[in-house]
Design a protein around this ligand. Structure first.
Ligand code: PLP
Length: 402
């Protein structure tokens, strides 16, 4: 059977990681992989996670199954964290949350739920979007299209073009929206833009599928959720995929959740029943270990306070590196072209250079970023910012001269 399969090319991020590992240059810089790094270049285990993990293990008496929806206390804390404890959808008992294997698991289960309900709808994703959105949503068989979101060469959000497109899509279609810290652009909507978008989604009867993978990385846990809370308060139905890979640093433990908001309690229960059946047919039950740690942190005031403090540290480190790189780029180029890096949010920004420039930065300067020029700002360190800025300035000067 399998003699018919031809070998596929390695995923582009994995291919880039392999090239980085094979590069023996001592000054090489990794701006490719999408994980947080501290000033030592390490992706740390948060202190609150270490402590919670020990307490969870000490209290655990069985490894028996939990439940198809995962831990109830985890699900209810996640709902409160993302929507706010007093959100109208919770008050009206229209929200149902199930634990999922990471944000990816939540996105895939959400896509299957959409397909079960309305197999012919189109999912509209931002142009550009995170590389894994297309395979995650497309594998469920849904049609995908792109709406304009950001223009990399001019570093501008394309909000008017986005609205224009969403005015023309079919009623009942799905719009995938990054909740905060847009990946790969770092360009987020302002609150007044969120309001405009929410009104359009409601009026045009479009289903928002909100992807929350970086809560706390932009402006704080509450502020980062403001946009999606506003949407969820306005529309009758919504899906929210939540990931704790980044904000709890629990990447490999696969901690996520899918929040389903229905038109009323009955509809929400029906959505939940389908989600559980879908999950049963893919992975049966979500992994427990990471969710047990997260739930313990959410429920224990001292651990939660520590988490918020540690998350502040993560956010400040990224903001510092954004400022540092923007300042070094000003010095190296003599202009303000790259000042946009300062005000964008989350770990990523698009440098906005050609793929030939990306190749040149890698081959000549040992600086690794994705082909679309996505940089992970957590790969910038005080000791390499000037080097990166100088290399970028040289590369764009060469391009302009050619
Ligand atoms: C935009 C976005 N959504 C979702 C995810 C899901 O992450 P995970 O499945 O690791 O929780 C990521 C991770 O990089 C992401 O960047």
């Amino acid at each position: 059977m399998f003699t018919q399969l031809t070998r596929l090319n390695a995923d582009s991020i994995l291919g880039l990681m392999a090239k980085f590992r094979a590069d023996s240059h001592p000054g090489k810089v990794d701006l490719g992989v999408g994980v947080f790094r501290d000033l030592d270049g390490h992706t740390p285990i948060l202190d609150c996670v270490r402590r919670a993990e020990q307490e969870v293990l000490a209290a655990q008496t069985t490894k028996s199954y939990v439940a198809a929806a995962g831990r109830e206390e985890f699900n209810s804390s996640v709902e409160a964290l993302v929507l706010g404890a007093d959100h109208a959808a919770r008050r009206d008992r229209r929200a149902r949350t199930v634990q999922a294997p990471g944000g990816c698991g939540a996105l895939r289960v959400g896509a299957e739920l959409i397909r079960a309900a309305a197999s012919s709808v189109t999912v509209h994703v931002s142009d550009p979007t995170w590389g894994n959105h297309m395979p995650l949503l497309g594998s469920s068989g849904l049609k995908l299209e792109r709406y304009p979101y950001y223009d990399a060469p001019s570093h501008q959000l394309r909000f008017e073009a986005m609205l224009e497109r969403l005015e023309r899509v079919s009623a009942g279609d799905v719009v995938l929206i990054h909740a905060c810290c847009h990946n790969p652009t770092g360009a987020d909507l302002s609150l007044s833009q969120w309001e405009t978008l929410a009104a359009l989604l409601e009026r045009r009867r479009l289903l928002p599928f909100l992807d929350m993978a970086y809560q706390g990385f932009g402006a704080g846990l509450e502020a980062d959720a403001a946009g999606i809370r506003l949407v969820a308060a306005r529309v009758p139905e919504a899906l929210i995929a939540v990931s704790f890979s980044k904000n709890l640093g629990l990447y490999r433990e696969r901690v996520g959740a899918l929040i389903c908001i229905g038109e009323n309690e009955d509809r929400a229960n029906a959505m939940l029943s389908h989600v559980l059946q879908i999950a049963r047919g893919i992975y049966s039950m979500p992994p427990d270990h990471g969710a047990a740690i997260a739930a313990h942190i959410f429920a224990t005031a001292a651990l939660k306070d520590d988490w918020i403090r540690e998350l502040d540290g993560v956010r400040n480190r990224i903001a510092d590196m954004r400022n540092l790189l923007a300042e070094q780029l000003r010095l190296a180029t003599g202009d303000k072209t790259f000042d946009f890096i300062r005000s964008q949010r989350g770990m990523f920004s698009l440098l906005g250079v050609s793929s030939a420039a990306v190749d040149r930065l890698r081959e000549q300067h040992h600086i690794y970023m994705l082909g679309d020029s996505r940089m992970n700002l957590a790969g910038i360190m005080p000791h390499n910012a000037a080097y990166v800025a100088q290399a970028v300035a040289e590369t764009i000067a060469l391009e302009r001269a050619a």
